[in-house]
Design a protein around this ligand. Sequence first.
Ligand SMILES: NC(=O)c1ccc[n+]([C@@H]2O[C@H](COP(=O)([O-])OP(=O)(O)OC[C@H]3O[C@@H](n4cnc5c(N)ncnc54)[C@H](OP(=O)(O)O)[C@@H]3O)[C@@H](O)[C@H]2O)c1
Length: 317
Amino acid sequence: MSPDAGAPRLRLLVTGCNGQVGWHLQRTLAPLGELLAIDIDQIDLTDLNAISETVREFAPNVVVNAAAYTAVDKAESEPDLARAINVAAPRQIARECGFLGALMIHYSTDYVYDGSKPEPYVETDPTGPLGVYGQTKLDGDRAIIGSGCPYVILRTTWVYDIRGKNFLRTILRLAREKDELRIVGDQFGAPTWARMLAECSALIVARSLEHRAARGTWGESGLFHLTAGGRTSWASFAEAIVDDYEELRDPAAASGEFAGPLKTRRVTAIATDEYPLPAHRPQNSVLSNAGIASRFGIVMPDWRTQLRLALQDAIRR
Ligand SMILES: NC(=O)c1ccc[n+]([C@@H]2O[C@H](COP(=O)([O-])OP(=O)(O)OC[C@H]3O[C@@H](n4cnc5c(N)ncnc54)[C@H](OP(=O)(O)O)[C@@H]3O)[C@@H](O)[C@H]2O)c1
């Protein structure tokens, strides 16, 4: 019999486990306890009864809600669905967490801000979403905060990974097809690797567990910015993607998504007006990470370091 056979195991529920962040959460949270990882195939989060049934049956100590409606432009024409997934579902999860005394970890977005502030946003800055997605995410944050459950909301920006739908993969695909990449250069943010977010989320859960063991509570609930360090534009991010890819790729590897030469590394910065989309984006998406550093002692690497680590993961498997 193992020495810890009698110790109660922590139970963690992860939603959106096939998404960018959720995929990595399955790995980073696994050492902390028994994990139930679900996505839409197991439970459609628009079904509020199914949410309640699942949470009550599994009785988790921690719920990490990585599921969301993230199609920013499509949300303009599907506001009801976006609202169901981004507001009603987190509200229901939060209620159930409240009944159980479970900690809820949730993700928010820079799209809750209007982007007009020249400096990095801090958590107390006024919000002002420019579109449906941002508004639903903001209302989801408010629903959790108003629920009374113990929570940590992590507000992040420009998430990418080596799998899933994201800017990194789009740029590498376009750089194989086109002679020139014309990318918006007047919006600024900090591209954040999904795996880094999942690693930090696991650290936050672990620190909250330590707090609970020492003092009997999860610690003060709060909303924190959590992004890569630094600042760049989409155009400069695209340049870094193609440059780092060409530098890191294995010349001997001829096929596969992260193998073979690109057709172009030429990136031309264009204005937002030259690339009209259904949803408006904030011009400044840079968020200050001072709050999370002081509360949890977490400082994410800068965006360029994260990009190289992500590409190394893809290229040097
Ligand atoms: N991506 C970004 O740039 C970004 C930036 C800031 C904040 N965030 C926030 O960070 C969190 C994680 O984002 P992400 O990029 O990992 O998102 P993602 O890759 O789009 O993953 C979201 C997951 O939720 C699932 N989902 C959607 N509707 C569902 C439903 N009705 N029932 C159950 N599951 C459903 C999706 O499944 P399907 O794929 O089948 O729909 C997907 O697997 C989200 O809260 C997001 O708002 C993201």
